[in-house]
Design a protein around this ligand. Structure first.
Ligand code: GLN
Length: 509
């Protein structure tokens, strides 16, 4: 624990765990912490644009209530008073929720998503809503209708996507924790691109009620943080059964915080997915991955190799299943109940003019693809086939988990790409999802943590861990063990070497 948290700079750089301890000991007040973050946001937002909406007043009001409750001796939840950012995909009562789409510009939900309700019950001040690709479709946040978010490591680079706003806020020290959503990697890939941590829980482990749906058989809400322990602490806040989400598992949250605190991998079998180490892997990312395996071996894990031959079809299957489900989910934006409305001569013309105006190009592309894949005569050939591939991928995982307790791969094949670099080539953007989408297709949990900087560009690379369903705690055990070894090797956290908002060229390795 740092001995002093007496400057705003020290406060925003502290971990959520340390902030929670300082708040509990009354060395800090939540108002001080929240104000330090609001000031940091004011300083960093002109360069980063991580947020779409801020709620300074609401955050400070929650903070003041927490401080008063603490002064009155009330028993408070572990993260009480620690601020948080929420991806703009989750409904927040009284605070705009747009999912990054012009379709929902200015929309203020009348209710909270279950996860937002849990954050409020945990007494965490909500700083604001973070930027994202429109309806969570994308890998760079460039498909947001409200402008790009920049990567704090290099302002010319993308922060990843779709949850680039949350990840950039963490890396810029303008939020200590964030809520994300992951349908094909939108928590893990931005974590990798920004040197932060993110977890996609087991499908059904966290409620999606009140979260704007993308592809319902793949969508999962999860925690984002700057350390494995911080991410685990938020995981426990978010997880749990919710009768309002019919896919919610009626099971207790795996002991993720305990696992993160212990970080014990003695005797654990770590399976390297050979199929995810192929072509297109950046050499610096591969080098950090190999070193990380050595660290895990030194920590007592046994490294084995596994094959998942069907993973090579994962991108093709995902880009049929996702558009199919998205085309159906997005049918609700019909200009009748909410969203943009452009009046036409008939109901049908009003709907089509409104959808033409409200949706961006990537969303339209996927709606068209999905509608085609589901159309009669093509259904079996496209959607049906993709579902079969999905079964094969799940079977590959099952076979691999006979040989290993967790599986690992790089989180993304490359470090953060340049803004604009992949915009003209949707396929290039899709192909890079190969490492993350198998988890969503099989409903399994996955976690990404930074494992160093790639030699060729000095940008963070990500290490990904997969576990069997409901064994999310294993992700945190392995993540914490690796993180501890890496911190020893680096002499501190990776983000400490990123003078926030400087370009990576000014950061020495
Ligand atoms: N990049 C993936 C996509 O574009 C991930 C999306 C997500 O997880 N929301 O579909």
């Amino acid at each position: 624990m740092p001995d002093s948290l007496d400057t705003p700079e020290a406060i925003v750089r502290a971990s959520a765990a340390d902030l929670a301890a300082a708040l509990a000991d009354r060395r800090l007040t939540s108002v001080e912490v929240t104000q330090a973050y609001l000031d940091r946001i004011e300083a960093t937002e002109p360069a980063i644009h991580a947020y779409l909406a801020l709620d300074a007043e609401g955050a400070l009001a929650t903070a003041a209530e927490v401080d008063a409750a603490r002064a009155a001796g009330e028993e408070l939840p572990p993260l009480a008073g620690v601020p948080i950012a929420v991806k703009d995909v989750a409904c927040t009562r009284g605070l705009t929720t747009t999912a990054g789409s012009a379709m929902l510009a200015g929309w203020v939900p009348p209710y909270d998503a279950t996860v937002v309700g849990k954050v409020r019950a945990a007494r965490m001040p909500i700083l604001g809503k973070t930027n994202m690709d429109e309806f969570a479709m994308g890998s760079s946040t460039e498909h947001s209708a409200f402008g790009d978010t920049r990567n704090p490591w290099d302002l010319d680079r993308a922060p990843g996507g779709s949850g680039g706003g949350s990840a950039a806020a963490l890396a810029a020290f303008s939020a200590p924790l964030a809520v994300g959503s992951d349908t094909g990697g939108s928590i893990r890939q931005p974590a990798a691109f920004t040197g932060t941590v993110g977890c996609k829980p087991t499908y059904g482990g966290v409620s999606r009620y009140g979260v704007i749906a993308l592809a319902s058989s793949l969508d999962q809400i999860g925690p984002c943080g700057r350390s494995v322990l911080d991410t685990a602490l938020l995981h426990e806040v978010l997880a749990g059964h919710d009768p309002l989400d019919s896919t919610s598992l009626d099971a207790p949250c795996p002991p993720v915080v305990d696992a993160a605190r212990r970080g014990d991998v003695t005797g654990l079998r770590v399976g390297v997915i050979r199929d995810l180490l192929g072509e297109g892997l950046q050499s610096g990312v591969a080098a950090r991955f190999t070193e990380s395996l050595e660290h895990l071996r030194a920590a007592g894990a046994e490294i084995v190799e596994v094959d998942c031959p069907s993973f090579r079809h994962a991108v093709a299957a995902y880009y049929l299943i996702l558009p199919a489900e998205a085309s159906s989910n997005l049918a609700r934006y019909d200009a009748m109940r909410y969203g943009v409305r452009v009046d036409g001569a008939s109901a049908e013309k009003t709907m089509s003019a409104s959808r033409a105006e409200g949706f961006g190009a990537e969303v339209k592309r996927r709606i068209i693809l999905g509608t085609y894949a589901l159309s009669s005569g093509y259904y079996d050939a496209w959607y049906g086939q993709a579902q079969k591939v999905r079964t094969l991928i799940a079977r590959d995982f099952e076979a691999a988990f006979e040989k290993a307790d967790v599986l690992v791969s790089p989180t993304a094949p490359t470090t953060a790409f340049r803004l604009g670099e992949k915009n003209d080539d949707p396929l290039a953007m899709y192909l890079a999802d190969i490492t993350t989408i198998p988890a969503n297709l099989a409903g399994l949990p996955g976690l990404s943590l930074p494992d160093g900087l790639a030699d060729e560009d000095g940008l963070p690379s990500g290490f990904q861990i997969y576990a069997p369903a409901m064994a999310d705690d294993r992700l945190y055990a392995v993540g914490a063990a690796l993180e501890a070894r890496l911190h020893d090797a680096w002499g501190g956290a990776l983000l400490d070497r990123a003078p926030a908002l400087a370009t990576h060229k000014e950061n020495s390795r």
